[in-house]
Structures are given as C-alpha cells and as structure tokens.
Design a protein around this ligand. Sequence first.
Ligand code: FAD
Ligand code: PHB
Length: 395
Amino acid sequence: MSRTERTQVGIVGAGPAGLVLAHLLHLQGIDSVVLEARGREYVEGRIRAGVLEHGTVELLDEMGVAGRLREQGLPHHGFELQFGGARHRIDLSGLTGRHITVYGQQEVVRDLIAARLATGRPLVFEAEDVSLHELESESPRVRYRHRGAEVELVCDVVAGCDGHHGTCRDSIPDGVLSVFARDYPFGWLGILAEVAPSSEELIYCWSERGFALHSMRTPRLTRLYLQCAHDEEIEAWPDDRIWEELHARLDLDGWTLGEGPIVEKGVTGMRSFVVEPMQHGRLFLAGDAAHIVPPTGAKGLNLAVADVRVLAAALGAWYREGDTAPLAAYSETALRRVWRAEHFSWWMTTMLHRPPGGDVFDAKLQLSQLAYVASSRAAATSLAENYVGFEPDPA
Ligand code: FAD
Ligand code: PHB
C-alpha cells in the first residue's frame, strides 16, 4: 500500500527542536507533519537535559505551553562552583537580572506533545525508514513507512530536527557541509536518585578525582553526574561504587550528599560538533542535527529551541510576505548563537574536568581560572551571562 500526502513543512524528529517548531508554525497558521522514529512512551521517558535558559522559558510561555513548567519548574537564581574544599556562589540574578529554571527535558517534551495533539495536526510516531528526496527542488519529499504503508510526503520545505544520529544531515550531498568537531577524552556517568536534593542549588565541582555535578529534577529527585572515561562500561559501576565516588568528590566538612535508590543510570560521551551551513536547498537543520555541545554549559536543549525560533520566524516571513531574506540568512543567524554556546561549553568543560594524564600544571591553571571566576565580578558576570543565555547581536 502506498499513498502521497502534502504539507507545508515536513518536520523530521519529535525532540524539543521538532516539537517547538511545529507549535510555532501552528501559531502562525502554517501546516506541518511531524515524523518521529520512536514511540510516544520512549520519547516522553528519555531523560536528558534539565536546565532551561530564561529565554527558553519565556518562549514556551509565549507559546502557551508553560502551564506545568510554571507550576513545577524550579527557578534558580544562582549556582555553586566548588573547588579547593569550598563553594563559591555565582549569583546569576544579581549579575545578569536573569535566572534559569530546572525542569526535565522529558517534561518539556511531554507538554509539547500534548499541545501538538490538541491542535489536531499530525504527529506520526514510529515512522520507519525516513528518507529525504529532491531537496534542491521546490517540492522536497520525505518518504517513510508507517503501519505497513509507504508514504510520500510532498513539502515546501523540510526541517531536519532528528538529533545527532538522525538521517537528515546525511542526506546532504558530499562536499556541501563543513564539519567542525572535537571529541573529549571523558564522558559523564549520570544517575537519577529518589532522594531530596542535598543542596538548593546546582553544584559544579572540580576535584582531583574528576568533575562532579549535583543537580535535581524535583524536590524528591536528585540528578548527579560523575566525570568518567568516554567509553566507560556502566556495568563497572554498581550503585555502591557510584555513591562512594560522588561522596569522595562532592562532600565537604559538615556537608554530605544524601543517598537514595538509583532509578536511572547511563553514560554519555562528550563532543563538540558543528556543521556549516545549517541548510541546503529546501532542507533546514536545527538542534542536535546540526550541532552538539558537551553538557557542562547546559546549552544543548536551549540551542535547539533557539534555532527553531529563528527558523519559525523566517518561515513565517516567507509564507506571509514572500520575504526570502530571513530564510536565506537562517544558517548565518543561528550559527552566531551556536558558536557562542560552543565556546562557552568548551570553556566550562575545560575548566572543570581533569584530562586523563593531565599534570599539576593543568590543575594549577584550572584552579587559578576558577579562583578568578569566583573572585572577580567581571569574570563571574561573563560566566553568568553565558549561562543564562547570551543573545548575540541580530545583525
Ligand atoms: P533530540 O532531542 O535528539 O530529538 C531528535 C528526535 O528525532 C528524537 O526524538 C529521535 O528519536 C528522532 N529521530 C532520530 N532519527 C530519526 C529519523 N531517522 N526519523 C525520524 N525521527 C528520528 N543537554 C544538556 O544540556 N544537558 C544534559 O544533561 C544532556 N544530556 C544528554 C544526554 C544524552 C544521552 C543526549 C543524547 C543528549 C543530552 N543533552 C543534554 C543534549 C540535549 O538533550 C539535546 O541537545 C537536545 O535533546 C536537542 O534536541 P533536538 O530536538 O535537537 O534533538
Ligand atoms: C541536569 O540537571 O541534567 C544538568 C544540569 C546542568 C548541566 C547539565 C545537566 O550543565
């Protein structure tokens, strides 16, 4: 069985990028079809990022999808940098007038899926063998299989929002994209534990044993990370070993980390990666499909949202006024923010992680940088304005 369908914007991927784009288009009366390889349960249960920039929350609010986020999200006005046996607070609100909100990515995704379904516009889960065709024509096509039927979706444009391992980026002919990448010789072992957070604020911790991060999801769920090898086997980390290592890195005189049952654990490798341009013909890449950052700066999800904000506005101008300029400038506009976040994420990562085989010289430089950030208002402000989300000049 096969059929042909038509839409204005074919969106591949129902992560934050695809779902935010779909809703921003809907609000402008633009039709789209969202195709997602996985099932709804899987997508809604995938635990990833947790920090939303000020601007991300504002956008979700303007879109009318922030009801639960406003109720359950945890506003954070600062965070702690820990090194040399002491904590130093970075006062985000005091330094920038802006704050961040801790709210799990899977909750954002759940809210966006509910909003999408309420519009009655299509969101296809378990779309198999998605492939892109005729990207350089005025009617690019997305082919996929769903419940045994072969479907050809004819579009005006295609948005590749299918993450780092998706298919859209690879559909661009060889020689078009430049790739800029850096792999780090370490990863993060992340856990979710059923215990109240031991600190009201996030703690980014430099330790001789490697980086550790204390974060949270709710008043009863703590999220914790440990620097580990990039190819670390999770089997080598029974729960007792994880807690022992977290205590060794995070505990201070008079403060100890609270423990609880570990309900989720996994290892994430760390990579910086950007392709330029983020568009080819009628295909526009957004979010992790075009770039990834190491998670130390908490930027991945926020960048994905920032990309599609630019893309949705550009598509709106094109459909409403026939203005092609914003769409032609999409990649250039998005990349200004992408590279700022790439630098910030690389900088935070380099400052806080012990490189394998690193010597005392490396450690002394890191500790000097940390002491500078903790004691100079200018340095702390620079960190804070990047952390809450720096808006590069539009021009
Ligand atoms: P994604 O969220 O990856 O969404 C892409 C969607 O496309 C997925 O639903 C996928 O199933 C779907 N898809 C893939 N291929 C196809 C296909 N061929 N056809 C149809 N659909 C397809 N960032 C942080 O800031 N902090 C963190 O702690 C953090 N942890 C992370 C842990 C992991 C394991 C990963 C992978 C990422 C993490 N990130 C983190 C990054 C952050 O989660 C991403 O930047 C964010 O998810 C980007 O959103 P996106 O919509 O671009 O991509
Ligand atoms: C998280 O809570 O998952 C988290 C917080 C801050 C980061 C990365 C991840 O930098």
